[in-house]
Every structure is written in C-alpha cells, then in structure tokens.
Design a protein around this ligand. Sequence first.
Ligand code: FE2
Ligand code: FE2
Length: 598
Amino acid sequence: MRLPSVAIAPIGESSARRLMVHWRGAGVWLAFWNARGRLVWHDRQGPRVWTRLLVHSGLVRSEIRRAVRGALAREASPAPPTWGSFLGLAALPILQRKRIVGVVTAAWRQGEPDEDFQRFCDRARLDAQAIVQAAAVLPSYGADWATQWGAMLQFMVQQARESEENARQIESFTRNLGDTYEELNLVYSVGGMLSLDDAPHDMLQRLGREMLTVCKAAGIVFVQHVEPASGGFAAPAREVRAPRCVCVGQAPEDPATLRRLAETMGVGVGSLPLEGAAPSYVLRNNADELPEFSWAADWLDHIVALPLDRDGRRLGAMIALNRTDGGDYSSIEVKFLRALADRVTSFLESQHLYDELADLLMGLLHALISSIDAKDPYTCGHSQRVAAMSRRLAQAAGFEPAECHRVYLAGLLHDVGKIGIPDAILCKPGKLTEEEFRILRKHPEIGARILSQIRQVQDLLPGVLYHHERMDGRGYPHRLAGKDIPLLGRIICLADCFDAMTTNRTYRSALPIDLALAEVRRCAGTQFDPELAEKFLEMDPKTLLAELNGAPGSEAGGGARADAVRELGGHESVGSVSPQSLGAVVKGWQRLQRRQLH
Ligand SMILES: [Fe+2]
Ligand SMILES: [Fe+2]
C-alpha cells in the first residue's frame, strides 16, 4: 500500500487503511493525496472497476487529479468529471487548523450510464460495456446520498487525523515530561553529587557524564580558575584536586584550546565585564559559520558557554559543545544548563572556601609542629622532612592521592607527643640517663592521647603511636611485631629513622647517605618493613634528600635528631667526615638504636 516518493502524508497509514477497508465494504473507493497534490495512499483492493480504470486510463487519472487540485485550491463547486454522471467522484479537503493538509477522494457508482459516459469511454479508448458490467455489482448512490455521506467521510478522516495528532502530542508530551523529569532530577541531585569529600576533578567528571546522558551535548567542558595558594602551605594533595580543565565526551583536552574557546565566547577567567552584569550564557548554534571560530570550524558547530561567577569574581566557565542529535540548542535546554551551572558555581565557591580553610589549618599545624621541633634547635624541620619522606614512600607504595595526604599529616604529627616531655630532657645537651630515656619513650603515647580528642585525625593515630615499633618486636611502646604494626606506623618509622641518620649539624656529622642506605638495607626485616625498605631504596633517596635539604621552610630544612646527635657525639663540620670518624659515626648510631630498645 505504501507508494514510493511519499511526501508528508495527510493521514497515517494505519488510519488510511482502516478507512479504506471500511468504505470498500460500501462500494466506495478511497484515495489520499498530500498538500502538493501527490497520491499517498489508495485502495488497491477496492472495487475492480476503479482499479481497472486507474491502471488502464491516464484520462481517468488526470480527471481525478483535476478534482484534487480543485479541492486544494478551495474551489467551492469543482467542475464535474467529464465522464458524466454514471460514476460519482468527490474530492474533500483534509484540514488542520483551517489549513488544507491533503485531500481524500471518493469514487462510487451513481445512477445509469449516459451519453457523456459513452463519449468519455470512446475518447479514453475504454470498453464502456465492460465497465458497466463491472460496476453492476456495486451499490448505487444518488447525488443527494453522496453529499450526505461525503460530509460523513470528511468528518471521519478529520477525526482520524486529529486522533493521530493527539497521539503524537501525547507521545511528545510524555517524552518531554520524561526529559524534563530527568533534567530536574539531575539539577536536584547535583547538590548531593558535588560533595567536598571527593576530588573536584572526579566530581565534575561525574556531573559531566550525567549531563551527557540527559542533555544532547556531544561534550562538556569545565574551565576552572585556580587561584594561587595563599601562604605557601597548601597541601600538595589539594593541588592535585584542583585541575584547571575537566573534559567529558567529545571535547578537546588541550587546555590552551579550551581557554581560547572560553575567551572567544566571552566567559574566560579574565573577561568579567568591568561594568554591569555578565550575560548568564552565550549561545552560538552556527559557530562553524562565524569568523571568530574559523580556527575551530572543522570540529565545532554548536556551543553554549555559561560563566561561573560569584560576587563579582569569575570562578570559571561551563561549556557545552556540539549536539548528538543534529539539532540546535533551545532556550529551554540553555535554561537547564544554566541551572546546572549555578550548582557548579556554588560548589566551586564552597571548594574555594574549603581550600582557604585547609590552608589556614595546615598553616596552624605547621606552626604548632615547628614550635615543638624548635624546643630543641637540632630537631628543627625534622617533622616536615619526615612528613614529606613518608608521603613519597606512600606514593611509591601505590597509595591514592588522598591517602598520601593523610600519611603526610601523620608524619607531621608523629612527634607531637614531645610537647609533654620536659624541656630539661628534650634540650639536654649531654647524654640522657636511662630514666630520661624512659620518659622520652613516652612521647608516642602522649601524642596519641592528645590527638585522640580530635575526631578528624583518628585515622592518623597509628602513625603517631607506633612509629617507634620494630618489625622484630623490640620497639616501643607496645612491642608489636611484623604486620601487627599498622602500615602507617611502619612508613613513618622508616622515614623517621632515615631523617635521624642523615641530618647534619655543625657539632657532629650525620651518617653519609650511602651508609644510611646500607643501614636501611641491613635493618630491613628487623627494624623496618622489608617491602617498604625495598620501595624506599628504589625511589632514589639521594635525590629525595637533596630536595628536602634544599627546600627550607614548611616541608624540609636543616636540622637533626637530638637523641642521635647526643649518641653520635663528635663536632665535625658537615662534609668533613674522616674515614676514622665514619666508623665512630656508624657505631654511635647503632649504639643509639640498641639503647632505645630498652
Ligand atoms: Fe618519635
Ligand atoms: Fe621523629
């Protein structure tokens, strides 16, 4: 029933088929024509007289087309067919909101053959007798009857079309409702999704992926303005968590390209207008035709850019690129993107405040630790170096960035218990007595007790409490052995001892680094976790130490471990260790290790 080269049908195939079958039963042949006068559907199984006429006579077909053109031209009384009154023909317009969208033609038997019919058959070279015989089986409708059921037919076609239109609208409405629900759901769930607990990069990636499934963008880009860390205390883990660009879907990943996109759209970080409010979005549905996008015309055709501004500051921009459906961005879709952009702005603002607070807390923490280390001038910078070294060791062991940051914090705090050790012991210039060592060995427990009051650092306690335990169970305070010692304690133990071994001071020489590394190797399995010791030796400790000693301030700096200093004795200058004194240095270090066991 479907014909080739069908243009827009005035009525759907299933409705047309239903009507044609229905009217076929009454001996009426139906055909449907579109608004351009082209045949769309016709009853191929209708009364044989009509199908034969259509197949065999171009004159019949042209008569019907003439009637269709008349209906489309809204002719009030179209010219009757030239074949006379034997066969009736009606062309009825199909309307949609008073606009003609097609025509339905009906043909039937009407009365007896007359002279006009005979003349027409002669002209068309048709067998009039055969046609009359074929039509004899059909019911006959007079012109009055035809007028009445013609109106009924037109009404039925209109009803069928309207019910199709309603079904289409309901389907479209349902689809839009579903889309809107998904959009609203995403807008409301973004608040929960954008948690400060996880890295912003991961958050924006997750949001971008959700957006791609809901809106029809081919790619989503977040260009983030990262302000320089204040005070120099920003933890490296936070720096990792603050990327400048996050790309999802089909989007260029080159930061320079993305920044150029943002600048071209007027939403770059430096393009906040000096006066007046910035536009809430910039939409270009024909970017490939615009000269300012000639550099991107081969991959960019649609772009929506939404600035992320707060209190006169530009935090970044959110950009939707191209389409997956070949359409344009509508104002409704842009409003949806704006609602999401507002959520992202709030998130970035909160993240900014969080970073500032984290900077402040880290600054206070460093100040506190430095003040403890400074009680003994020879331990200055020790905690920062242990923290930095522990973090490197955690990185080498494959820890996640957030875990590495926790290891760093535990390293910073590992000797915080020394705040409870009398200055007379901490700062004693000579050797400590056994009783003084017994008191000094309390610092891990004092530190753990202090920190146990702070809910946020509970996971750091193992690093503080167990950093003097040994793998062979001869450490303190609990003489734990092997894997019973929490991993955090084993990491800090190694970093702590290595720093104590390798720190130089003017009044004595530290262990040269090769000997310190040999000590790490020798003590792997007895004092140190052998797997960690192996990782440590693999991660180029010489370079690490050079970095730490060359970076004064928060993470490193000169200093020495007072206990080691006292045990090692000697007052040689840095770098002037004689072969004779080397042996004394090593023996002094090993003597200290033995003594600390008791
Ligand atoms: Fe310690
Ligand atoms: Fe320490």
